[in-house]
Design a binder for this molecule. Structure first.
Ligand SMILES: [Zn+2]
Length: 157
């Protein structure tokens, strides 16, 4: 079975900082991956930046490559950042699929955009129907764009 980065157990430094697990002055944090008996507990080095407005961010330092990362994932019993995982050939779902499948997704979005471009509809007989159809198309496009953005965000974090 193929594994995707999207499906791996992961921890998010921003979330852990908000929860107080990562303290802004601490050089490391004890992080739990997964739940219950199978959980893996590890001490992970943390990088911090404090902003002038008093806020700050904390990122993990990847145990494998030393790079800064907001997410660490558990793969093969080890903690890795997404870059390390990419190097190991673990892909994101968005990047996956044949080129034809990726092209089909992109084409569908383009087709919806094309249908929606053009002059605004005037109110004529049948215009009501067309307005309804246009709303449907707009909704389809919005949904397709949201799904695409979600995949991109997942791939980025
Ligand atoms: Zn790494």
């Amino acid at each position: 079975m193929r594994e995707y980065q999207d499906d791996l157990v992961s921890v998010n430094s921003a979330r852990l900082r908000a929860l107080g697990v990562i303290r802004p002055e601490a050089a490391s944090a004890v992080v739990r991956f997964g739940e219950g008996e199978d959980a893996l507990v590890r001490e992970v080095r943390i990088w911090h930046r404090q902003f002038r407005n008093g806020r700050g961010i904390s990122l993990f330092l990847c145990p494998a490559c030393g790079g800064k990362a907001q997410l660490l994932k558990l793969y093969d019993g080890r903690l890795r950042c997404r870059k390390c995982l990419m190097r190991s050939g673990v892909q994101f779902r968005i990047a996956y699929g044949t080129p034809a499948e990726r092209l089909a997704r992109a084409k569908r979005i383009e087709a919806l955009k094309a249908k929606l471009s053009g002059p605004p509809l005037r109110l004529k007989p049948l215009a009501g129907l067309r307005v309804a159809r246009r709303r449907e198309l707009e909704l389809s496009l919005t949904r397709a764009l949201i799904r695409q953005r979600e995949r991109m965000l997942e791939a980025k974090t």
